[in-house]
Write a protein that binds this ligand. Structure first.
Ligand SMILES: [Fe+2]
Length: 316
């Protein structure tokens, strides 16, 4: 079932680059407008900008579009870690590597600068995660089932548990002429009610026992963050794979088709909005993790929805 409408994206008309907010002048006005948009985002809406809302010099965009990047095909994307200024996924000549690294560093810094103003309720609270450059055509990519981008899924990170925090992603379609096409389902409650039990939610919730909590505390004390996944993190990893494997969900869920035109930017909580990138080439993306205490609508968070269904706590 496919709904041909864009009801779940909100075109933001009162923010632009340069200049920022166009209607709000006082910081109180900006804060309340931003808070209303955070609430919409947390409820599953996609915020959409038809033009770049942050600085991205055309000379840098043109460089990214000027080649096919075939030397990167061993990797899914090129990733950039702002925290330690490290780029991964590139294997080519040193000059190109340095140039690409500079562009990703600037891109990440400019998106963060924009978000500090635009999503001000989260500023200072988020954990800045990776950025990525996605140069390959999504349609027909040869990836293993669980890595495929063109199957509907919710995001979960294997090595970076969020412990109930939310995954916010900002995308820009850099392609000069082609849209980036997504399918999306904005209602996490619907997906969870229909499929979480079959994906084994009660099994994950039941494991929220004293032993595991003690192991997590012990591991956290030793700085072994990898072991400190909550039952929520473990379930979401399983749910990501389960949804991609589920033919009924892929074929019959009421999804929306979204076309993001060239130079459009959009942001979405991809842990709640199931999504699939069906086609498109040359995209940029920056991820931020928003901790539970910074959410303006915590009742919309996937961990809260799953806790209601499981009738058990899933994060400690
Ligand atoms: Fe995803």
């Amino acid at each position: 079932m496919l709904k041909m409408l864009n009801a779940n994206w909100i075109a933001v008309e009162d923010y632009q680059f340069p200049g920022g907010w166009t209607n709000a002048t006082s910081s109180t006005d900006k804060e309340s407008r931003a808070r209303a948009l955070c609430r919409q985002l947390e409820a599953g809406k996609i915020l959409f900008f038809p033009k770049l809302p942050y600085e991205f010099p055309s000379v840098e965009r043109e460089f990214l579009l000027s080649r096919e990047w075939n030397e990167l095909r061993l990797h899914k994307n090129v990733s950039y870690r702002p925290g330690d200024d490290v780029m991964r996924g590139f294997s080519g000549d040193h000059g190109t590597e340095t140039h690409l690294h500079d562009i990703l560093r600037n891109y990440s810094a400019n998106v963060v600068k924009f978000l500090r103003d635009f999503l001000r309720p989260y500023a200072g609270e988020w954990k800045l995660d990776f950025a990525s450059f996605r140069p390959f055509e999504e349609e027909g990519r040869d990836l293993s089932l669980h890595k495929r981008n063109d199957l509907l899924h919710v995001d979960a990170f294997r090595l970076r548990p969020t412990r109930g925090g939310r995954i916010l992603r900002v995308f820009t379609n850099l392609h000069a002429t082609k849209p980036r096409v997504w399918y999306a389902i904005d209602d996490f409650g619907y997906v969870a009610e229909k499929y979480a039990a079959d994906a084994g939610l009660s099994r994950f919730a039941a494991k929220n026992g004293a032993l595991r909590r003690n192991v997590s505390r012990w591991a956290a004390g030793l700085g072994l963050a990898r072991l400190s996944r909550t039952p929520y993190d473990r379930f979401m990893l399983r749910f990501h794979d389960y949804l991609k494997e589920n033919e009924d969900f892929q074929a019959n869920s009421p999804k929306l088709r979204l076309e993001f035109p060239p130079l459009a930017t959009w942001m979405v909580f991809t842990d709640g909005v199931a999504h699939a990138a069906m086609s498109g080439q040359f995209a940029m993306e920056q991820t931020l993790l928003i901790p539970p205490q910074a959410l303006v609508a915590p009742e919309s968070a996937p961990y809260r929805i799953l806790e209601r269904i499981a009738a058990r706590p899933l994060i400690s």
